[in-house]
Structures are given as structure tokens and as C-alpha cells.
Design a protein around this ligand. Structure first.
Ligand SMILES: Nc1ncnc2c1ncn2[C@@H]1O[C@H](COP(=O)(O)OP(=O)(O)OP(=O)(O)O)[C@@H](O)[C@H]1O
Ligand SMILES: [Mg+2]
Length: 269
């Protein structure tokens, strides 16, 4: 793939070590970015890829809560941070691993920018196939800092829920992605439907992601069902791809992982 030339040698080192960079973004809060990032990370790592997951939601860092475990980052001999080894081939890093639990993080843009630079450039991620970024809702400082520091990512996954009223927020997010000179890898429709015994219900309506996929000519990477048991598991730090195997939601995350790999590789060719 083609990269923006970076004058920064630290960013260049990161690019030498990490094959693919994928960010997870949405126009709105609470649509399931962290759920998607965590389960995509575990599904990819279960498929044998070396994966890193960087929580870029500085004010609402939820990755560790959903990912579980109590692994912590460390500092290497070269003074660089080493992310927490969560699974044999999954590393993660979040501001919540570095600050006292329950304390709010009151940082303005420049401080957030330098933290994000450090997470990327002064962190020893080692050799990775995929480095995933869980972003906060909307198009604020964190996403700007990420793309400024990193340059071109392989793609951005847009997470949405199916209701049509959410479409304008998603359109803004997609337009932000192209303004940043990034590419939308595809759309994930979360809380797409819910299975109740033999019935399927659509608590958030239907059709939103299809409209976007056609309008922007980008693939619909997955429809993730809404599943109350998954919510409980995620609250306990148990990713569904590890603790709820063969469930419909597990299979939908595995399909998402396959489609992400397919899209990234298609682009590489
Ligand atoms: N498919 C699903 N089925 C059931 N619960 C879900 C599903 N997706 C997300 N949730 C739950 O919805 C809540 C919000 O999800 P999540 O934190 O992933 O959203 P987010 O977009 O990252 O939110 P924020 O904008 O605050 O970062 C969480 O409690 C999560 O467990
Ligand atoms: Mg989140």
C-alpha cells in the first residue's frame, strides 16, 4: 500500500513494524465502536493475526473494561512504552491503564495530541499485522491527532445503528474521513436486529446502513445483532468472540474480521 511520506522517523519505524492500520469511528456516541473494536481485535487475533488495539477515547476509555484481563503496559530498556499483552497475539494500550481508576481526564487538545503521539511513536508495538484504533464519537481532536501523526491508514470502519435519523451524523463522519485524506473501509451496522425465539425484531428500524453503503459505494462489512447476553459479557470484560462462541453475534464478528482482511488485501493489490 501507499503511504504518505512522513518526515518523522519514529512514525516511519511504526510503519515498518505494523502492516495495517484500521480505525473505528462513528458519527454518534454509544453505537458500538468499542464493542466492534474489541471483538474485531479478538476475532482477528483468534484467526492467527498479531493484533494491537489502541484506545484513543481519552475521556471515555472503555477498551479495558470490555477486553477484560489485568495485564498492564510496561517500560522497555529504551524507555519506550510496551503495551499490555492481553492474549498471546493481542496487545492493547489505553489511557485507563495509566491513570488512577475513576479519575476524570481533563486534557485539552495539545495534551491529548502529545499523548496520542506517544502512544504511536514512543510505544514499542513490536511486529503487528493489524493495529486497530478505537476512537471517541464524532470528529474531534483525537481523530485529527491520529491521522496527523500516522498519515494514511488502510481504512476507517464506520459504525452505525440502523435508524434513518442517524444518517446525517454518519454522513458527516464519512465526509470527515475523506477530508482527512483517509478511506472508508466499510460500514458496520450494529444492533441491526434482535432475535426473540423464532421472531426477528428491529428495535432501531431497518435500512440505514444499506442506504449509506449505496450512497457512498462502500461495502457493508457486517450486520451485528443486538444481544442482551453479549452486553452482560462485555460489561464483565468478556469479549463475545472468546466467551460466547458460536453464537450469532460471535459469528457476525468473525464475518466482520474476514471482510476487513478481504477489503484491506483487496486495496493492497
Ligand atoms: N450488538 C450489541 N448487543 C448488545 N449490546 C451491545 C451491542 N453493541 C453494543 N452494546 C452495548 O451498548 C453499549 C454501548 O456500546 P459501546 O460502548 O461499544 O459504544 P461506543 O460507540 O463505543 O460508545 P462511546 O461513543 O461512548 O465510545 C455498551 O454497554 C455495549 O455493551
Ligand atoms: Mg467507545
Amino acid at each position: 500500500m501507499e503511504f504518505n511520506a512522513s518526515e518523522n522517523s519514529k512514525a516511519a519505524t511504526l510503519r515498518e513494524n505494523v502492516k495495517h492500520f484500521v480505525a473505528v469511528l462513528s458519527g454518534k456516541g454509544g453505537v458500538g465502536k468499542t464493542t466492534v473494536s474489541v471483538n474485531l481485535a479478538t476475532a482477528l487475533s483468534e484467526s492467527g493475526y498479531n493484533v494491537g488495539l489502541l484506545d484513543l477515547d481519552i475521556h471515555g476509555p472503555d477498551v479495558v473494561r470490555m477486553l477484560g484481563g489485568n495485564a498492564l503496559p510496561s517500560v522497555g530498556e529504551d524507555e519506550r512504552m510496551i503495551p499490555a499483552q492481553v492474549l498471546p497475539n493481542l496487545k492493547a494500550l489505553s489511557i485507563s491503564m495509566l491513570v488512577e481508576e475513576g479519575k476524570p481526564i481533563i486534557w485539552r487538545g495539545p495534551l491529548k495530541h502529545s499523548a496520542i503521539k506517544q502512544f504511536l511513536e514512543d510505544t514499542d508495538w513490536g511486529k503487528l499485522d493489524y493495529l486497530l484504533f478505537d476512537l471517541p464519537p464524532g470528529t474531534g481532536d483525537e481523530a485529527l491527532s491520529l491521522f496527523q501523526t500516522l498519515g494514511k491508514a488502510d481504512g476507517v470502519i464506520i459504525v452505525t445503528t440502523p435508524q434513518k435519523v442517524a444518517l446525517d451524523d454518519v454522513r458527516r463522519a464519512i465526509s470527515f474521513v475523506s477530508t482527512m485524506n483517509q478511506r472508508v473501509l466499510g460500514i458496520v451496522e450494529n444492533m441491526s436486529y434482535m432475535r426473540c425465539k423464532d421472531d426477528i425484531i428491529y428495535p432501531f428500524g431497518k435500512g440505514g446502513a444499506d442506504i449509506l453503503s449505496t450512497e457512498f459505494d462502500v461495502p457493508l462489512l457486517a450486520r451485528i445483532p443486538m444481544d442482551p447476553k453479549a452486553l452482560e459479557l462485555l460489561d464483565e470484560g468478556k469479549p463475545v468472540t472468546l466467551y460466547y462462541r458460536e453464537s450469532e453475534i460471535d459469528l457476525s464478528f468473525r464475518a466482520l474480521a474476514e471482510n476487513v482482511v478481504k477489503e484491506v488485501e483487496k486495496q493492497e493489490k
